[in-house]
Design a binder for this molecule. Structure first.
Ligand code: GDP
Length: 426
């Protein structure tokens, strides 16, 4: 059976923690999209880890972790993470990398930086990990697939020449930067070949067999619905689909095998970088208090350390986020953080030019949306350590049930702390 773990919002919902928790009963965990531009923070018996590339299942010795074809594969980062976790006492994980995955090249990272520099104040707030140039090249058909590392030098050089011809025009005339050199690119590819060879696999064939054997498979998404290039806040989105449906493409499995979609929804909102964020808290003191108390050690980017923008729970965004994912189960996370508030504001609808709506509009309308806020009573205590739903304070249950009713999808898991064991099943 395949279960997807995906985000409903802007990312940072706590997917890593939920995947790590569900991975206890999984055989295989797959990353199917995105790259090393965002991170999952996981806390378990080995310590606290920020993973950018490895799936969140790597901490168990019964799991196989897979980098699917849909991922932007940064080989030095992947291999560095493997070394890092094993250096901290985690048993060496079983890792497979799709031979159809494409590689982030050093020039993708440079082009990302150059473009941000060129755009100046109008930049997209990229993490400069090369993700947008990588996917642009993939779909322009000039990317390098892992399988090509095993092709002849002659064939590779032919492709490298074409890449250099195209890239060097931009480097010379648009960015005024040093040009790419063919031999250096070939050497880079050969270095990657040596590093990745032990992990390369025909992943879709492997998964086909695993499915026939009845294995439990988790698809781990990066970011959330609102960063999806089609359904999110375009153009302030990421460059690969963040939807569970894309799990089928990015892992190479039939769509009908995805039986469960666990959508991770955070009990308040946060976002990194620019883009529409209707429920954003505009009072900096109020936002800063939530930021400092948020997540596990504050709401700061796992990759960049940037302070995240903070907001109240957003019903239109989360309802939409869950719908697009095809949610069967909601995991409602970081609820414990709200225990300090007397009253908890919730954005229940948007006011767009005087029209009140709970539908999530396209970006141009979203720019005009104002939040309609309702306040729920707080519970004023620490709920970490509680194991049963009935033992949660009444106002806390009321908050959960209010959200569940408004978004229209069942909250079957409540996360009340950063650890694996901090989970209440309903
Ligand atoms: P992801 O990218 O969706 O995995 O999310 P992040 O890792 O960026 O953010 C989640 C943060 O919240 C991490 O620091 C987690 O350890 C932490 N976290 C996850 N679930 C909970 C929870 O229920 N309570 C608290 N306090 N922290 C949590």
């Amino acid at each position: 059976m395949v279960t997807a773990v995906v985000g409903a919002n802007w990312g940072d919902e706590g997917k890593g923690k939920i995947t790590d928790t569900l991975a206890e009963k999984a055989d295989i965990i797959i990353r199917f999209q995105g790259g090393a531009n965002a991170g999952h923070t996981i806390k378990n018996k080995y310590g606290k880890f920020a993973l950018h590339s490895l799936p969140s299942g790597v901490f168990y010795d019964h799991t196989t972790c897979i980098i699917g074809n849909g991922v932007a594969l940064n080989i030095p980062i992947l291999c560095g993470e493997i070394d890092d976790i094993t250096g901290k006492g985690v048993p060496k994980p079983r890792i497979l990398v799709s031979e159809r995955a494409q590689m982030v090249m050093s020039y993708h990272i440079l082009f990302d930086q150059y473009e941000e520099e060129r755009l100046g104040g109008k930049s997209f707030g990229s993490t400069k990990s090369g993700i947008a140039p990588f996917y642009a090249d993939k779909f322009s058909k000039i990317g390098f697939q892992v399988s090509e590392l095993f092709d002849t030098k002659e064939n590779l050089m032919e492709k490298i020449e074409n890449v250099c011809d195209k890239k060097n025009v931009l480097l010379e005339h648009l960015y005024h930067k040093p040009l790419l050199e063919k031999e250096a690119l070939y050497d880079e590819l050969m270095k990657y070949k040596e590093m990745i060879e032990p992990y390369v696999c025909d992943v879709s064939a492997y998964l086909d067999k695993a499915l026939k054997e009845g294995k439990n498979i988790l698809l781990e998404g990066q970011l959330g619905t609102l960063k999806d290039p089609d359904h999110g806040i375009y153009p302030m989105v990421t460059s690969s689909s963040t939807l569970a449906g894309y799990g089928s493409v990015g892992a190479g499995i039939p769509p009908y095998e995805i039986k469960k979609v666990v959508t991770v929804v955070k009990a308040y909102s946060s976002a990194v970088g620019a883009g529409e964020f209707v429920s954003e808290i505009l009072d900096e003191d109020v936002a800063d208090e939530l930021r400092r108390r948020g997540g596990d050690g504050g709401e700061y980017g796992a990759t960049t350390g940037r302070p995240r923008r903070m907001g109240w729970f957003d019903i239109p965004a989360s309802k939409y986020g869950c719908r697009l994912q095809g949610t069967t189960d909601v995991a409602f996370t970081v609820l414990d953080v709200l225990g300090y508030l007397d009253e908890i504001p919730v954005c229940v609808a948007y006011d767009v030019d005087g029209e009140i709506t709970t539908d999530f509009p396209t970006t141009s309308k979203l720019k005009k949306a104002k939040p309609v806020i309702e306040r729920l009573p707080g519970w004023k205590c620490d709920i970490q350590g509680i194991k049963k739903y009935e033992d949660l304070p009444e106002n806390c249950r009321k908050y959960i049930e209010f959200v569940e009713e408004k978004i229209g999808y069942p909250i079957t898991m409540v996360s009340n702390g950063p650890g694996r064991e901090d989970i209440i099943y309903r």
